[in-house]
Structures are given as C-alpha cells and as structure tokens.
Design a protein around this ligand. Sequence first.
Ligand code: ATP
Length: 204
Amino acid sequence: MRSISKSTLQRLPIYLSFLKQHCDSEFVSATVISKALSLNDVQVRKDLAAISSSGRPKVGYCRCTLILELENFLGYNDNENAVIIGVGNLGTALLNYEGFEQYGLQVIAGFDIDESKIDEKRKIFHISKLKDLCKRLNIHIGIITVNVEQAQLCCDELVDAGITAIWNFAPTHLNVPSYVHVQRENMAASLAILSRHIKDNKNN
Ligand code: ATP
C-alpha cells in the first residue's frame, strides 16, 4: 500500500460516500468535492492525487473510476472477515449490523464467556472456540466490546489466535506486539468535543 498520512486516510471514506450518494455527474473535480464537503481545496487535490492518477486538467476525475480507485485503496473489495469478543449490548448491535459489508467487512462470529449468551444459530460461540475458528478461517480482524477490566485479557487471546488488527471499543489502552495494530474507538473523546461545543455556544 502506498503510504499516506492518517488524516488523508480518514478523509477518503468521506470522499467515497459523497461520490456514491450525493454526486451524479460523469466527471467531478477536487474543487467540487471540497466545496460540497466544506474542505480545503488544496488538501482534497493532494489527497486524491495520492490515490489516483486518473485526474485530467480542467476535466477532473471520471466519477466511476475514482470510486473504484478509492474502494480499492481502502480495501473495500477485499472482503475481510472479523470476530467480536463480548456479545453484550454493544457487541450484539455490531454483530447484527449489516452496514459493514459495504466496507468489505463481514463480522462472522461473536464470542462470549457467559454460557447464557452462547447461541451458535446466531453465530455466538464460547470464547474457548476463538483460537480454533480464527486459525481455521484465517481471520485477521478482532473487535473488542467487553468491559474495561477484561479488555487486555481478550486482546491477548485475539493476538494468540493470530489477529493482527484490533478495533477496540473498551475505553482503555491495550498492550500488543508491534506487528498488531489497535484502532481505539474513543467515544469519550468524541463526546468531549460535543459537550465542549455545547458549552461554547451557551457562553456566547
Ligand atoms: P450486558 O447487558 O449483556 O451485560 P454490557 O455490554 O453492558 O452487556 P459488559 O459488562 O460491558 O456488558 O460486557 C460485555 C460482554 O462481554 C458480556 O456479554 C460479557 O459476558 C462479555 N465478557 C466479559 N468478559 C469476557 C471474556 N473474558 N471473554 C469473553 N467475553 C467476555
């Protein structure tokens, strides 16, 4: 994969969803995208140049080609399978969410330690089956939705099962070997920004 910055990477899905849902012209320029999304024109131009060489001066990008290039770059056509540990309220919601498929992610099973939650017909298995299933199906992505106290233990189990990318919804730091990437879904950080915004508005 070509190396691009994390902030560019995080903007690419935003371009993609704009191109797919809110744009129907055959050709589209960086200027049109930047205006529609209230982003900096130069930044959008640089982002798109990093993943595509199909843009033409004065014409812009063929929209369909750019969609394919973005999807390929983001790996949406690669179809990765993932597992979830912790089938509580959040874990259940993520396990049943069908929207991940459009991003090439299929959550194929959930694992829990609580016997009362095991229901193999609904793809929920006992945690003791994690390693065998991950190795057999060559799974690389693990999602953690257990409570904070159990998160490191579950993380270690995922690493032992061969997982190399972890999406962590537990609000805690996880220690992993250097070849494993942890993406923390930091709800506290997002909420802090929202409540700051509300406070600032009240003070003005
Ligand atoms: P619930 O309402 O079902 O308790 P919750 O999301 O509020 O859901 P949490 O305490 O956050 O509950 O735990 C989430 C899930 O993680 C629970 O189903 C729990 O059984 C499971 N869990 C906790 N520890 C482990 C573990 N070591 N291995 C696997 N699953 C675990």
